[in-house]
Design a binder for this molecule. Sequence first.
Ligand code: HEM
Length: 229
Amino acid sequence: MEENRILRHNRVLRYDFRERVVHWFAALSYVYLMLTGLAFWSPWLFWIAVILGGGTVSRVLHPWVGLVYAGSVIYMHGMWRQDMRITKLDREWTKMIGAYVRNEDEEQLPEHAKRGFQPYAPVDRFNLGQKYLFWVLYWGGLVLLATGLVLWFTEYIPWNLRFLRLISVILHPIAFLVTLGAFIIHVYMGLAVVRGGFHAVVRGDVSDAWARHHHRLWFERIERNAAKK
Ligand code: HEM
């Protein structure tokens, strides 16, 4: 995972091509599932299915796109689960979550910095919020997959296992709502709060300054690895 990620012109590779492709498979499939799922959920929202090609097309495609989403999230788990492990340092990081929410950066706290006070615990490749998001979307994705398969093939569920249908009808929308909450926060953080993140997940690179500021431990490790080569 930690190959040489130093690029020219003071840039670092944050997401390689494979990581970006998998991310956008997950993102596009999730948006489609969200829209068609909302359409099936309430008659008030059925107009969404009409715009997306009609009720029948949406109903036929929804489970297939579900497989794409589940496949992407499982693949992501293979790529990122090491980086997403929650560590002791992450618990340190939670102590300054108030400062983070108020958008107070290290630069905005020069008085603290002068006194050698570090308001932020250093962050590795992903911060705790990003890790929580990943695990919610991963486990949520697996619950959606399992319950979705039951709802897809209801007629094959034997009569004595009919409780699976009941559980799935209830759990599928609950898992959806939980992932939707995480998804909304993720899109808001990625597009509006952490500038530079969107460029990273589209083009791959970030500046040295961005990497040092948001993910110091990760950046320092990359620098050390590059120096060894
Ligand atoms: C239109 C929808 C989406 C947008 C605009 C979006 C945007 C972004 C951005 C900007 C980043 C880079 C953040 C950084 O490195 O600072 C990112 C990373 C990531 N995205 Fe998405 N994303 C979307 C959908 C999804 C979906 C559906 C998943 C579901 C698995 C997902 C999972 C992740 C993960 C696990 C990361 C790496 C950790 C993190 O930054 O949270 N994204 N995304």
